[in-house]
Design a protein around this ligand. Structure first.
Ligand code: KG4
Ligand code: ZN
Length: 396
């Protein structure tokens, strides 16, 4: 079968030879397996499509040649997972399959473009849920093949880090970057070359995980972070004391298991009616213990590394108390701070497109037989973009 005909069918373009195509071959074995040759054309800079399906958001975004975000579509699965109190991997994969096509088409439409305007595709390769990642990766491979344009796989973390430069491409380097999400609490030193060096990471729960588990203990809805954030606004953060874990002096590692256990014990020690009456104070105190440590360690990292800029990214960077504390502290220490707008904090595809466009510019390409990698060690293998060192991997 001629690749041109395959592409024509996949794109829904008028075809002269499409009638000869065996649909099983197109959509099945030959197409989805590893036998497809990768596009060999050099990258022609232009609009690129980012695709993100690592966890419970199906997202697609188009970035213009100058990095401007032309569209940023997100289909959240919160309603699907809410009654289970967390993400159910099988349901996540199914929901991605149902949404990926219309989310991508909507991103293109909002950008005012047609498929053939795209010049590259970036997709999250990992870390994340295996089945969920597979949906995005295979969809991206199909599109790249059909359009005959280059494809790059992007580490989800690399995407979060890139989000700090989306609104402010001139944000300075070197910079300390704190990634705080459901799966990661990592502090990096990002050098002017783009190389990232790990300064510290959580030894147990990620900050987002601590929010989600704390919310569960408090009987709040999923996802827990935003629920605690909202409830805490009505509470007094000093009313109930929670431990703040700094580990040994000078350590830039984190630990959130102690504060979670403290919440459990304090709740168990109280009769149910008091727990309900004091839920806002619990939320405020618990949140304060987490965000205070994040802020203190991020600024300690800035001081010890000699950087003059701090970027805080990932879902937890949407937390209103964390943002307020970071802004106050940055102002008082005269430090440049990048806090992405809320739409770029939690999972989104604009950040994947941003990291992907850097990879494409650097000449990197994913072969068509590349695969999703649920536990992609943060070696940033596929795009290999920034050259990371000293990293430990963990999944979504
Ligand atoms: O980056 P993200 O969307 O997905 C991962 O890569 O994990 O982060 C999701 C995490 C969840 O744990 C969620 O509860 C937390 O970010 N989160 C928040 C807030 N919004 C989302 N945590 C605290 N306050 C928020 N406002
Ligand atoms: Zn994320």
């Amino acid at each position: 079968m001629a690749p041109a005909a395959t592409r024509a069918v996949l794109l829904g373009l008028p075809q002269t030879d499409a009638v000869f195509i065996d649909s099983c071959r197109v959509i099945g074995k030959d197409f989805m397996m590893t036998t497809v040759e990768q596009p060999t054309s050099a990258w022609v800079p232009g609009p690129i499509l980012g695709i993100e399906t690592s966890c419970d958001e199906t997202a697609a975004s188009v970035l213009a040649i100058d990095g401007a975000v032309l569209s940023n579509m997100i289909s959240s699965q919160h309603a699907v997972h809410q009654r289970f109190g967390g993400v159910v991997p099988e349901l996540a994969s199914r929901a991605h399959i149902e949404s990926i096509e219309h989310v991508s088409a909507a991103a293109l439409q909002q950008a005012g473009l047609v498929w053939t305007d795209l010049t590259g595709i970036a997709v999250t390769q990992g870390p994340g849920l295996a089945g969920a990642l597979l949906v995005g990766v295979n969809y991206a491979k199909a599109l790249a093949y059909a359009l005959n344009i280059p494809l790059v796989g992007v580490s989800h973390l690399e995407g979060h880090i890139a989000s700090a430069w989306l609104q402010d491409p001139a944000f300075p380097l070197p910079s300390v970057v704190l990634v705080v999400s459901g799966g990661h609490t990592h502090l990096y030193y990002k050098e002017p070359s783009g190389h990232c060096r790990l300064l510290g990471a959580t030894r147990d729960d990620a900050a987002g995980e601590a929010f989600d588990k704390g919310a569960q203990l408090l009987g709040l809805e999923y996802p827990g972070g935003p629920a605690i954030d909202r409830l805490a606004r009505q509470g007094n953060p000093e009313a109930i004391a929670f431990p703040r874990s700094y580990l040994k002096k000078g350590s830039l590692d984190f630990s959130f298991s102690g504060v979670k256990t403290a919440l459990l014990y304090r709740l168990q020690a109280m009769p149910e009616h008091s727990r309900t009456a004091r839920a806002a104070d619990f939320a405020a105190g618990y949140q304060e213990a987490i965000v205070t440590v994040l802020v203190d360690k991020a600024f300690a990292a800035v001081r010890s590394s000699g950087a003059h800029a701090l970027a805080v990214v990932g879902g937890v960077s949407a937390n209103s108390r964390l943002r307020a504390l970071l802004q106050q502290r940055a102002a008082s220490e005269d430090l440049r701070l990048s806090l992405p707008p809320l739409a770029y904090c939690t999972d989104n595809a604009a950040m994947i497109a941003a990291a992907g466009s850097q990879a494409l510019r650097a000449g990197l390409r994913a072969p068509m037989d590349f695969d999703a990698n649920a536990s992609l060690a943060c070696s940033f293998g596929l795009s290999g973009l920034s050259g990371f060192s000293g990293l430990s991997g963990s999944s979504c």
